[in-house]
Design a protein. Sequence first.
Length: 503
Amino acid sequence: MHVTRLPVFDETNPAEDNALFRWGNRLHPMTRERVIRRLLLFEDGVPWEPRLVEESARLLRTQRYLYDADIRVVARCRDSVDVEVVTRDVWSFAPEVSFDRAGGENTLQVGLRDSNFLGTGRLFSLARKQDVDRDSTRFVFRDRNIAGTRLSTRIAAVDSNDGYNYFASLGQPFYALDTRRAWNLHFRRGEQEDTQYFRTDEISRVRRNFEDASMSIGWSDGLESGVATRWTVGLRHQHRRFEMLPGIPRPGQLPQGREVSYPFVLFERIEDDYSVEHNLDQIYRTEDLHLGRSVYARFGYAPGAWGDGQSRLVADGFARNTLVASGRTLVRHGIEWQGFFNRSRGRPEDAIVEYNLSYFHRQSTRRAFYATANVVLTDGLSSHSQVVLGGATGLRGFDNRYQTGHARFVVNVEQRYYTDTHVLQLARLGWAFFFDVGRTWDRDFDNGTGGDLSANIGVGLRFASTKAEVGRIVHVDLAFPLTQRNRPDVPGMQLVVNVKDSL
């Protein structure tokens, strides 16, 4: 096996063979060869298995510090093959300066970030963020292969003007389809202020203290007949409590605290069915698409004696599948759920079900039609929580939290264009026309919009970075409301600028 590591800038390309880009290549620490080898599921001298080669290539492409990766056979000789692993780096260290504008509100973030520290694959990030909810300073460290092993850790600390949030995890995940064992420890503790809104106006606020800790161990028989089935058992503790804030209106009903400790059982099932695509959610990048079924379902029972005196059933998970995967058309859907059922009171608590349906049709190599539908239903939602709809949640022509309630649906339709324009050899250019429509509703009160649909149209540019961290696509949209245009809180146009992981 031979590993070929390509630099950030391609000096064999005349458009990138200049003094500035050559200097950038010399300054950038290349991903170390041993880091790449540790991610592979095969090594020198083992039997040849094409499936492991394909999965190894997918694992490499999930690393955000690699722009692309490929594994190919370069020679065959009797009972052996020579394999070349080819990767291309992206620029991983940079000042983290980002500006997002959505729903009439701005978010500014300034800091330093390196997703491939000295070529080791470790992530360090330190940033200061200002948004409508809080001002915060965040530190993050992540290492997915501690000391060359499959152990993974993540440490994060956030200090904000309304509280704090600390998180730490350590474990060995199911890193491949044929992995037989896994375990995990995680701990989170924090404090923050939760705000409730009515037609974009703040109406109440409470302070929430929370704690979440768990330990688990999992096992699997590996990949059998193209399916990986996994079982995990563990213990989890969750605790939250609320406080009123002086001088600030409280909700009509102060949210109830909750303390639960419970054993749980987790079932996972993943089908080994993948496809390699281009110009789907990225621009001229290799995309690994999971077409098979996947199920993740966790169930637990929290005895009252282990917590606040009330026994509860606990559940969360998701199920996803591809309905259609033809040469030009892709239809996928999925459902997610989480919540509690209070057996002592005979009612659900914070039960949330979300359904997503997406449709993609490739019209040509540079054009595609894309549509998504999202539905959120809740039951027993705590008074500090809301389902919101606005600029940051799919309705780009309206302010954030323009509609609030206990349920929501939103449909987004886009006509996408993928160009071959490579702006300054740093970003691929795309653009789109879009249409958004949706509403929220509530069983108990009027959300201020009379139950009307809200809709907008718009046009936007997409800049997909080819040299910085993978997955960062800048969206610049102009959105124009089609409904409620006579209301003073609905502007004639919204400028939306943000960074997303996909088109």
